[in-house]
Design a protein around this ligand. Sequence first.
Ligand code: AMP
Length: 199
Amino acid sequence: MNKSDIVLFGAPASGKGSLAKLLVKNDTDFVHLSTGEKFREHIGNKTELGLEIIDVMNSGELVNDELTIAVVEDFIESYKNKRIIFDGFPRSSEQLIWLMNYIYDTDRQQLAAISLTTDDSILFERIAKRRKSEDREEDNDTVFKKRLVDYKKYQQPLVEDFMYYNDSALTIEIDANEPDINKVFRNTRHVLDAYDKEF
Ligand code: AMP
């Protein structure tokens, strides 16, 4: 494997999950790790971890770094020969620093980042639709507002931190206000293709 893993940054409902799924469908080298999905699976299966995190998840708070990193490490270990798309991770400085150290200390290659940019008004419209179709507890209005505020306060600055610590790494900004996710995918793929050719 000689191509980078990818961190997807973006507000809740910016389309990170949908974009990751399209990237995986288009290229079997990729595998998608959504920490949110992993946690929801644990809750659904009523595992020990699921029972431990259910209240935190439903309140819109972050699961603690230690539990989150354990889930991510497990995943990375089982996909040694794939390019991982990290969706919803890292979400704290501790997680970011852990990930960079982990990637560079192992024989994985590089980390690139894709940052999805969106307007709040678009996110609120999307979340109203998702609430109807997916019945996700953490999508109620109050919880979503809190998640958005927290995102801006704690996670958005991680994009700058990522660029600071990885000055040689690619960081792609993609306009994700575009309602057609296939177009967002094509724009992303286009930049990644140019980047992958260089490595
Ligand atoms: P998501 O589906 O990515 O929006 O995540 C849903 C919920 O899962 C979040 O609100 C957090 O409670 C939890 N979660 C997901 N990823 C992380 C992470 N990297 N660190 C801490 N908590 C997370």
